[in-house]
Design a protein around this ligand. Structure first.
Ligand SMILES: C[S@@+](CC[C@H](N)C(=O)[O-])C[C@H]1O[C@@H](n2cnc3c(N)ncnc32)[C@H](O)[C@@H]1O
Ligand code: SF4
Length: 416
């Protein structure tokens, strides 16, 4: 299950899963469970969650699970498949059939053992493809752009929401925190995202609780971090848990990274990766690039770097293929631009790192998307939007696509 500061007016909702698509959902949307009016237990034991469980057991499709179904249609292992396949391999996790039986016999679902938490939208970066509800810096910048450009506050290109200017920190919600602390007695896996979780005192307070209580050694944690803020206390805290998966969100090397994920500095990220590698030997490390129009011509350079790092420490590459916003999606690229991106991907197959099964499959999926001879029906509209948004952020960030991403610009400049 997931607790998230979602950017909705009520600021903080419970969802069944981090891959949940609320705009497709037709079960929970009739009753939104938010942190103000409901407890986690209200949500977990609700008739809406029971309906989702029953439909899943009957094999009926759930509208809110669309993101996973789409991935499965594209030939990629979806989160739901990965979780279902991986669950039984973890001997410390409850047996699924026992959990189902207990729920069916008593009508009460045993407490969650796995949870994703977005404590806050506080973030120091404003990645171009991110959302105002997830990044306080992006929210601030989008408001400034809207005011200066005289745009409509609801303009669909930026998808800005006024509520997102207010940074929520669930660490200040005492009743929610009490419930979260209490749940440590059953909790086995925690996945922390954000915002940028490493910036938050409430994240440290939350994770220090099981350390003090002595049950951190039974808990696995997973982090998504932008790797701009790798403090000594973070590295030390990570050593206290049973297992840590550290997922680094890095979308490119050098200028590509700095362009997509402003105002990050590549030198500092590189230093932080090495700092973590040298001082924390226990974590499993992953890098999760978000593949989108901006970096599709630079995947080889990115993978070459992590190919080299893999000679020092094992780092698994777990790419995300961007689905939304539409104007950054790889499948809206005009057909004539795609061959050079395919050439770049083909070079990748020579790298040792591509023997990693997840990466191998994702690269094939990406190549299949690019090779599709049918152009997206709204290519021109989305490329124009891509150009508008790119120029806008370039202007307010004093950046230039032509200087930072020359290989891409060469192919798309007719839209600029
Ligand atoms: C929102 S971030 C929060 C955690 C942390 N700040 C980070 O960047 O890792 C979580 C993940 O979402 C990814 N992300 C951002 N915008 C996205 C989009 N439009 N589509 C898919 N993933 C996206 C990021 O690259 C990151 O890996
Ligand atoms: S660092 Fe993470 S939360 Fe912050 S803007 Fe980038 S993707 Fe969004």
């Amino acid at each position: 299950m997931m607790v998230t500061a979602s950017g909705k007016p009520v600021r903080g909702e419970y969802w069944p899963c981090c891959n949940w698509t609320p705009h497709n959902d037709n079960i929970l949307n009739s009753k939104v469970f938010n942190v103000k009016d409901s407890t986690i237990a209200d949500f977990w034991q609700s008739k809406e969650m029971d309906k989702i469980r029953s439909m899943m057991l009957e094999g009926k499709p759930i509208a809110g699970c669309k993101a996973c179904y789409d991935e499965e249609r594209n030939g990629t292992a979806s989160l739901r498949q990965q979780e279902n396949n991986g669950w039984n391999r973890h001997k410390d996790l409850p047996n699924i059939q026992d959990t189902i039986t207990q729920w069916q016999e008593t009508g009460v679902c045993p407490e969650p053992v796995s949870m994703d938490i977005n404590f806050s939208s506080l973030c120091n970066l404003k990645c171009r493809m991110c959302f105002s509800g997830l990044s306080s810096e992006l929210a601030k910048e989008q408001k400034q752009i809207i005011d200066k450009e005289g745009w409509d506050i609801n303009d669909e290109l930026l998808r800005f929401q006024t509520d997102d200017l207010e940074i929520i920190d669930h660490g200040n919600n005492n009743s929610l925190m009490m419930e979260l602390y209490d749940m440590f007695k059953s909790m086995k896996r925690i996945y922390l995202k954000g915002g940028e979780p490493t910036l938050l005192q409430s994240m440290y307070n939350y994770l220090e609780y099981p350390v003090d209580q002595g049950n951190a050694k039974d808990i696995q944690i997973k982090f998504n971090t932008n790797m701009t803020n790798v403090q000594k206390r973070f590295i030390q805290l990570m050593d206290k848990f049973k297992k840590v998966d550290l997922t680094m969100s890095i979308d490119g090397i050098g200028a590509v990274q700095e362009y997509i994920r402003a105002p990050s500095k590549w030198r500092s990220i590189k230093k932080n990766i090495f700092n973590y590698i040298e001082n924390n030997k226990k974590s499993d490390m992953m890098v999760s690039p978000c593949w989108q129009i901006y970096n599709v011509h630079y995947i080889y350079e990115h993978l070459s770097y992590f190919n080299y790092l893999n000679t020092i420490r094992q780092i698994e590459v777990t790419p995300i293929i961007l689905d939304f916003p539409m104007h950054y999606r790889i499948d809206v690229l005009p057909y004539e631009v795609r061959q050079t991106a395919i050439d770049n991907i083909d070079k990748c197959f020579k790298l040792n790192i591509v023997k990693q099964p997840t990466l191998f499959r994702k690269l094939h999926t990406l190549k299949k998307i690019l090779q599709d001879t049918k152009e997206h029906p709204q290519t021109i509209k989305h490329m124009e939007q891509f150009s508008t948004v790119t120029k806008l952020y370039d202007k307010y960030r004093d950046q230039s696509i032509e200087n930072s991403l020359p290989e891409l610009y060469k192919h798309v400049k007719k839209y600029f």
